[in-house]
Design a protein around this ligand. Structure first.
Ligand code: NAI
Ligand code: SOE
Length: 386
């Protein structure tokens, strides 16, 4: 396959991020954009000179010249769109969460394998250069045996009862909000960096706003103070604003580390505050998404250090994720570029081992989520199946 023909479905926050990042992937042409209306698709496509647009995603599926699709729509439509695309023989790069349930996620994972098609999942946050540095330092045993993994994913964009988004509607978003939406990024990164698997969880979830003021129209993600004031309806809320999970981690089924995390969309001042800390028998490390170029390295018997991203100072394997010299910041949009490049390298070469999050990783997150929801309900620890 020379150049790969792809299409982006969904033109909101993520659709536009995917379109922009795809411009930086060498072997891909975006040949169609699908939205909920022709006008929306035309507007999004125009910015990237993509003239072939549609208001119905099925047009993309029915076009045999399209090799791959990006699913960047709200959660409820991930499964039907991804399934239809796989059945039509197309590779799929899906936004997280992969589906609304473990059963759906399992079906997609099995279907991609059966069809020998690539199924990539957008847990892009793994690909900040300093997250890769942390991962490779752990692989090189620089932290020793990992004892403790902890952190948070904290945001404030749903703090007020007037804040609204499709993510609060369980029919569109799923049975969990913060744990599915952002807690899943934390656990994906925690497992990827530590090399351990979450084996059991004990969760406490909280709804601080039992009702929210649902706008009769609008309700864009992250609109905050810029959100339009208009007519609203008081709507009952059934998904959590905050969650806390104690967890255990294992290596090859053997109990090893302990951890704790919180996820919140009501923490004033935290815009996108993902923090991951790992501590081992030889040292520790902390990475913060709001200062992504820095990696804090903790020592027991020597002064602590802060490593500022600089490819020349990084672990050789992590260096491949840093495209710019030290002092030239790489951030959120670059993580998509790194993921998409690896995904399309594997589309181009069926023999290449995948080096990006796959549908199986999406299924894994659904299983952790199921255990968190069951634990909260039962007020008890729950095992997470391997
Ligand atoms: P959004 O609300 O900004 O955009 C979603 C878009 O999809 C809207 O334009 C909507 O009209 C469109 N849409 C809905 N149903 C559609 C359909 N059947 N066909 C075509 N278009 C359709 O939402 P956002 O923030 O872009 O989220 C989309 C997905 O991306 C979610 O699953 C979310 O969890 C994920 N996400 C991932 C992020 C990451 O860092 N990996 C960041 C933000 C969101
Ligand atoms: C909203 O909480 C959101 O856009 C999530 O959907 C993303 O996955 C996260 O990366 C940023 O915050």
């Amino acid at each position: 396959m020379d150049r790969i023909r792809t299409a982006v479905i969904g033109t909101g926050f993520m659709g536009r991020v995917h379109l922009e990042a795809l411009r930086r992937v060498e072997n891909v042409d975006v040949v169609e954009v699908a939205a909920t209306s022709l006008d929306k698709a035309r507007e999004a496509g125009a910015g990237y000179n993509i003239l072939n647009v549609t208001g119905d995603w099925r047009d993309v599926i029915n076009d045999p010249s399209i090799d791959a699709v990006h699913v960047a729509t709200p959660n409820v439509s991930h499964f039907p769109i991804a399934k239809a695309a796989l059945e039509a023989g197309k590779h799929v790069l899906c936004e997280k969460p992969l589906a609304m349930s473990s059963a759906e996620a399992q079906e997609l994972t099995d279907l991609a394998a059966k069809k020998k098609l690539r199924g990539g999942l957008c847990h892009n946050l793994r690909y900040y250069p300093m997250v890769q540095q942390m991962r490779r330092m752990r692989e090189a045993d620089e932290f020793g045996e990992i004892l403790v993994v902890q952190g948070t994913y904290s945001q404030d964009w749903m703090l007020y009862e007037t804040d609204w988004n499709w993510r609060v509607d369980p029919k569109v978003s799923g049975a969990s909000r913060v744990m599915a939406d952002i807690g899943s990024h934390f656990f994906d990164m925690a497992e990827h960096v530590s090399g351990l698997k979450v084996s059991a969880v004990c969760s406490d979830l909280q709804i601080f706003h039992p009702t929210r003021k649902q706008p009769k129209s609008g309700g864009e993600s992250f609109s905050g103070k810029l959100g339009a004031a208009g007519e609203t309806v008081d709507t009952q809320i059934v998904t959590e604003d905050f969650g806390a999970t104690l967890f255990r981690m294992a290596k090859n089924g053997k109990d090893q580390a302990r951890g704790v995390m919180t996820a919140s969309q009501v923490s004033a001042g935290r815009k996108n505050g993902l923090v991951l800390e790992i501590y081992g028998t030889r040292g520790g490390a902390t990475w913060r998404q709001e200062c992504p170029e820095e990696l804090w390295l903790g020592h027991r018997d020597a002064p602590n250090q802060v490593l500022l991203k600089d490819p020349s100072l990084m672990n050789e394997k992590a260096r491949a994720f840093a495209d710019y010299p030290g002092g030239h910041a790489e951030g959120y949009p670059d993580t998509f570029k790194q993921l998409f490049r690896r995904f399309y390298a594997s589309v181009a070469d069926p023999n290449l081992a995948p080096d990006y999050p796959q549908f199986a990783d999406g299924l894994r997150q659904m299983k952790i989520l199921d255990a968190e929801l069951a634990s909260h309900k039962a007020h008890a620890w729950m095992d997470v199946p391997a």
